[in-house]
Design a protein around this ligand. Structure first.
Ligand code: SAM
Length: 279
């Protein structure tokens, strides 16, 4: 039966075979890997991926599309909202990683997460996965081109912001393919791009909440010098270390935000100050 695309689920189905081919080539899946696809839709990516890796898990919110996916051999279907999926448990459900995928302190397998994401919830999906980066081998996503610009942006430009810092802190980010609207049915109103996200192997600071708070304060008024935003915030925390606040938020490299978060973690604000803040 013909499926009518549902706007509320961000459904834009890939229909350009050469683009599909290029994406699958970029992912280069192999049997034995723990492939997880977000939003299989009508299977544009799922079926060619399956040909190469023989089995994969899909997460689909649309009940009709989930039912369709259950008919494909080798596919395990998780029906529901990806934002509610526990990826750590999902990783544990796979057998331990083959030697080709770096083993670590992870039980089960390391996930290769892929998907032509629903654009209306793409940023929440990226942040949901950021919390479980230790169980991820890599991620390949189709996103709005402008979102990929922001993810991969270098300091100094208008695209550089909270998304760039929070993601570059944990992943190598690489734009791999530009995709025009007419590659989809129905075509989206914006250009798209495929991004590869590979978690950095180095560990380090794990307090994403603190880093997130710093970056949110810093970029709250991006045209102003940091002394008016982050500088005040640091004063309230009696931060004594040096941090140059005569710059704008967009001029500060990711590493400096991360170092600042690490310094604050080592020397947290005195309890009284925190209490006053909380009250
Ligand atoms: N992969 C297919 C393709 O490339 O043609 C479909 C991509 S379409 C842009 C997004 C897919 O994600 C749809 O199948 C949609 O139903 C599904 N989806 C939307 N929101 C979702 C959510 N919160 N959790 C899981 N799947 C979702």
């Amino acid at each position: 039966m013909k499926h009518i695309a549902r706007k509320r689920f961000g459904q834009h189905f890939l229909r350009d075979a050469s683009i599909v081919h290029a994406i699958v080539d970029t992912i280069a899946p192999r049997p034995g890997e723990c492939l997880v696809e977000i939003g299989p839709g009508l299977g544009a990516l799922t079926l060619p991926l399956l040909e190469r890796c023989r089995s994969l898990t899909v997460i689909e919110l649309d009940r009709d599309l989930a039912a369709r996916a259950r008919r494909w051999q080798g596919v395990t279907v998780v029906e529901g909202d990806v934002l509610e999926v526990d990826f750590v448990r999902l990783a544990e459900s796979f057998p331990p990683a083959p030697a080709s995928i770096a083993p670590g302190q992870v039980r089960g397998g390391r996930l290769r997460v892929v998907g032509n994401l629903p654009y209306n919830v793409s940023t929440p999906i990226l942040f949901h996965l950021l919390q479980v980066v230790e169980v991820v081998h890599d991620q390949h996503f189709m996103l709005q081109s402008e979102v990929v610009d922001r993810m991969a942006a270098e300091p100094g430009g208008r695209s550089y912001g909270r998304l760039s810092v929070m993601l570059q802190w944990r992943y190598e980010i690489e734009r791999v393919l530009d995709v025009p609207p007419d590659a989809f049915d129905p075509p989206p109103a914006v250009d798209s791009a495929v991004v590869r996200m590979t978690p950095h192997l180095r560990s380090g600071l794990t307090d994403a909440t603190l880093l997130g708070e710093i970056v949110t304060v810093a970029f709250s008024q991006r045209r102003k010098l940091l002394r008016h935003t982050l500088g005040r915030w640091l004063e309230e925390r009696h931060h004594t270390g040096f941090f140059d606040t005569t710059r704008r938020a967009e001029e500060v490299p990711v590493s400096e935000y991360v170092e600042l978060a690490a310094a604050l973690k080592r020397n947290p604000a005195p309890a009284a100050v925190t209490d006053v803040q909380a009250g």
